[in-house]
Design a protein around this ligand. Structure first.
Ligand code: PLP
Length: 614
């Protein structure tokens, strides 16, 4: 797995003349996006967690880019005017921890090149193409077993021609270390390009690194060094890249149901990976990384730990309810919707001593009444849903959980449809255990349920008798701690997708995700208000994640007909879920863009119009 990339972007781009005097070459736009930004997006979509950009000329442009892409770290090559690309690679080298991609900044390329390199079993591989006739070719020379010996612009001198250098490579840390040792050993090497340093450390030339060339004959790529190359890139190469990549697009379905939610194509493709035994350390490391990052979204990983199970969100709820009430404890469950009722049902199945505090499913909880109940009942544990997906009602946990803690209760929270959708800090909220799932706001695939646990409370469960086996939180926790394995087979491919979903969540940030959701929700609320439809819950008590809409009064209203019409336009909608109040619900969880919600509104309006509602 390639987790890091270096983009060497120190160059002056002098061959562009005035054009790049005040702007680095990488920021030249092709089809509306800077080359380097498109490259960054491709790296992220292919699972790269950290991108180190070595900057020099006009570095501030890259520092600005880094503000929009949290995975970017910029490192300045102060001596860029006196060095060449290796000088820029050198300033990035200290940040490299393992295998990485090395790219030039002024490239457009088909992302398949990254996949080909990542899937190549060899550690050090330089990507090459067939003839480009770009008039600025760098040729790679090899001996028989394709170890690079030289790169040169002089084609006539090349004995065994291995293709043209693209400017994308996959290298190991060991190779980079050897490159650095070579580069710094002699001051006369200061102006060397990285490709010539690579040739110098190649075992074909007496070095220790086996460096291979991987050629894709008809690879669509272009380097942009001057105006003529830019014209060629725009008119000939970019359309080819766009067409090739569009063939990977998965048919778009916009899921306006409350989970599983819409995912990106890159998350879908992350599931297509090599088979691996989940007891391998490589996979253990992946699960460990996921667990720590899932904690970090909502808590300090030194105080909280995430315990993961194969299962949907309800599995996480069941693990939490069955594991977190002490053997002689008493649970109070707040029920103001189906998911509160579900936690009470789970507790009853396990014969846990319990009371239920019932509250209206569409009006805020009466805090005083709840406090009186907490005071009176000798409870050890409070269970509550953060966001009641039944109605879209957001419970004020920032008031309720600290209040419960004041009376000494441990708080367990079904945060399944809140986690990842809005910023939250479990410690500040007074939440000891919070459940969620790999899907919903995380935008991963369904199949992993997890609980973020306060260590102090989790460790208390050590000697408690187990109420159930598969879903016991402490047992799963201690086994993973000892072995970096789950007790039973985890959903392997779902974990790879979760990893990608976490990378993308970190990229978007939870704050921005909430803003995107809120934009979608506002478009929806404006739209339905104009259609004369009413919402079940007052706007100020809503989550912005799902909206319960009272059904139209027209006797012609038929949910299934409305559903089928929406589905024929690529939108999936969901019926209501509340005993005697008739609603339908529109969620905007997942990878849904405001423009898609804006496209949904006319579809809904057409239906409402057809039944005489508007
Ligand atoms: C979606 C959801 C769940 C879990 O549902 P699964 O179908 O088991 O993934 C639990 N609680 C809430 C509040 C939810 O929204």
């Amino acid at each position: 797995m390639i987790r890091q990339a270096i983009i060497a972007a120190g160059g002056m781009g002098t061959r562009f003349g005035e054009f790049t005097k005040e702007m680095p070459k990488g920021f030249i736009e092709i089809d509306g996006i800077a080359m380097v930004e498109r490259s960054v997006r491709k790296l992220i979509a292919n699972g790269v967690e950290e991108i180190i950009i070595g900057t020099g000329h006009c570095f501030a442009w890259y520092d600005e880019l880094a503000k929009r892409y949290p995975c970017i770290r910029t490192v300045r090559n102060d001596n860029y005017a006196n060095t060449s690309s290796m000088g820029t690679v050198a300033v990035c080298a200290p940040y490299i921890k393992g295998d990485f991609f090395l790219l030039e900044s002024d490239l457009i390329y088909d992302a398949v090149g990254l996949k080909v390199l990542a899937n190549d079993p060899r550690s050090n591989v330089i990507l090459a193409s067939g003839p480009t006739h770009s008039e600025d070719e760098v040729y790679l020379e090899c001996n028989g077993d394709k170890i690079i010996t030289r790169s040169t612009k002089d084609k006539a001198s090349v004995k065994q021609h291995a293709g043209e250098l693209v400017g994308i490579s996959k290298l190991s840390k060991a190779c980079l270390d050897e490159m650095m040792a070579f580069y710094t050993a002699d001051a006369s090497r200061i102006k060397m390009d990285y490709e010539n340093v690579l040739a110098s450390v190649s075992s074909a030339n007496g070095g220790h690194s086996d460096i291979f060339v991987r050629k894709i004959e008809y690879y669509a790529w272009a380097e942009v060094d001057n105006k003529a190359m830019l014209d060629r890139a725009i008119t000939q190469i970019w359309p080819r890249i766009a067409e090739n990549e569009s063939l990977w697009n998965v048919r778009r379905e916009v899921l306006l149901n409350p989970g599983p939610s819409t995912t990106t194509d890159s998350v879908k493709y992350a599931q297509v990976c090599a088979d691996i035994c989940p007891r391998e350390l490589e996979f253990g490391n992946l699960m460990e990384w996921c667990g720590i990052e899932l904690t970090r979204f909502v808590a300090d990983p030194s105080k909280y730990t995430t315990v993961m199970f194969g299962g949907s969100g309800t599995a996480a709820d069941e693990a939490m309810v069955s594991s977190c009430v002490p053997p002689d404890g008493k649970l109070l469950v707040v029920d103001n919707g189906s998911y509160g009722a579900r936690m009470a049902k789970i507790a009853s199945v396990y014969h846990i001593n319990m009371d239920v505090f019932k509250s209206s499913p569409y009006e805020p909880i009466d805090i005083n009444a709840l406090e009186n109940q907490i005071k009176s009942g000798h409870y050890t544990t409070l269970a509550i849903v953060y966001h009641e997906t039944t109605t879209g009602l957001l419970n004020p946990l920032e008031i309720i959980c600290p209040m419960a803690k004041k009376y000494g209760l441990v708080t367990i929270c079904d945060a399944v449809s809140a986690y990842g959708g809005m910023p939250m800090d479990l410690e500040a909220l007074g939440i000891d255990f919070a459940s969620s799932t790999s899907n919903k706001h995380l935008q991963g695939m369904a199949g992993i349920g997890f609980i973020v646990c306060k260590n102090e409370e989790l460790l208390k469960q050590k000697d408690w008798p187990m109420r159930n086996y598969y879903l016991n939180i402490y047992d799963q926790y201690q086994y993973f701690l000892k072995t970096k394995q789950t007790r039973f087979t985890p959903p392997v491919q779902t974990f790879y997708a979760l990893r990608q979903a976490i990378i993308e969540t970190k990229q978007e940030t939870i704050e921005k995700r909430f803003e995107r959701y809120t934009s979608c929700w506002k478009i929806l609320v404006d739209g339905i208000t104009q259609m004369g439809l009413d919402m079940l819950v007052k706007a100020e008590h809503q989550s912005h994640f799902i909206t319960a809409i009272l059904i139209p009064k027209s006797p012609q209203y038929d949910f299934n007909q409305m559903h089928d019409l929406a589905r024929s336009h690529g939108f999936t909608i969901y019926p209501g879920k509340l005993g005697n109040i008739n609603t339908f619900r529109i969620a905007n969880m997942g990878d849904i863009r405001p423009e898609e919600m804006a496209r949904f509104i006319p579809v809904l309006r057409d239906y409402m119009h057809s039944i005489g509602q508007c």
